[in-house]
Design a protein around this ligand. Structure first.
Ligand SMILES: [Zn+2]
Ligand SMILES: [Zn+2]
Length: 240
């Protein structure tokens, strides 16, 4: 039987493929809708990190949780920015080299692996937390698939390869959940690391995509994402 954490991760992984397919098939999503989705998922992601993941990590490790959270935070910066010449969420609108697209993929593979770790670690604490982490991750999975697929296309890759890149992110997510269930160190430290990763993805990958835009709908979507998280947290806590 597939465990719930892995089953939910499969759904999140599928969203990576859907995001990639949306770009690869050239079906023009409305860009404003995508931007709002990025803002909404940023609010949701920052909220899950600060309201639930960080307190749980501190419960598990005490003050040492701070080191794990910082470690996760720095790990994303290192693998998606320091070691990678060019990467951002949102559609790639200029040409990039193949080396840029490949390095962006490697960085995102690590990030998506931790997405899976986060879902499984959440479920290990309690199903209601696992569900909240799942929703937070699901919301940014479409923009994530879209980002990798569009960077591949911008580097001159075929649509099939762009789709494959999205699918590989999905596979890394599933592996993250499976390994967390099998490996002792990952299941012990995964939640703390995932806290730092979620905080970085929300605040430093997604927020910069819209922070300079003076569009009240976009800005409202960010705060709306935080509010939605609080409502989801209340409902999921009540019915699980
Ligand atoms: Zn770019
Ligand atoms: Zn992700």
């Amino acid at each position: 039987m597939i465990r719930p954490a892995v089953a939910y991760t499969l759904i999140a992984a599928a969203a990576n493929v859907v995001g990639a397919a949306a770009v690869a098939s050239r079906s023009r999503w409305s860009v404003p809708a995508l931007e709002k989705m990025i803002a909404l998922s940023a609010g949701f992601m920052v909220s899950v990190a600060l309201l639930d993941l960080a307190p749980e990590a501190i419960d598990q490790h005490g003050a040492a949780a701070g080191g794990l959270i910082l470690g996760g935070f720095l790990l994303v910066h290192l693998t998606q920015h320091t070691l990678v010449p060019h990467f951002h969420f949102g559609e790639e609108v200029h040409e990039v080299t193949r080396a840029v697209s490949m390095s962006a993929l490697v960085g995102l593979l690590l990030h998506t692996f931790v997405d899976g770790v986060a879902i499984a670690s959440g479920f290990e604490v309690r199903p209601s937390l696992g569900l909240l982490v799942f929703v937070a991750i699901l919301l940014h999975k479409l923009p994530e698939g879209l980002a990798i697929s569009s960077i591949f296309l911008a580097s001159g890759a075929s649509r099939a390869r762009a789709l494959l890149a999205g699918a590989s992110l999905g596979i890394a997510t599933i592996l993250g959940a499976v390994f967390t269930e099998m490996s002792e160190p990952l299941s012990r430290y995964g939640l703390g690391l995932a806290t730092g990763v979620s905080l970085y993805v929300g605040a430093s990958n997604l927020v910069p995509e819209f922070q300079a835009k003076r569009d009240w709908k976009l800005q409202g979507s960010f705060f709306g994402g935080c509010a939605l998280y609080v409502v989801a947290r209340f409902l999921i806590g009540k019915y699980t």
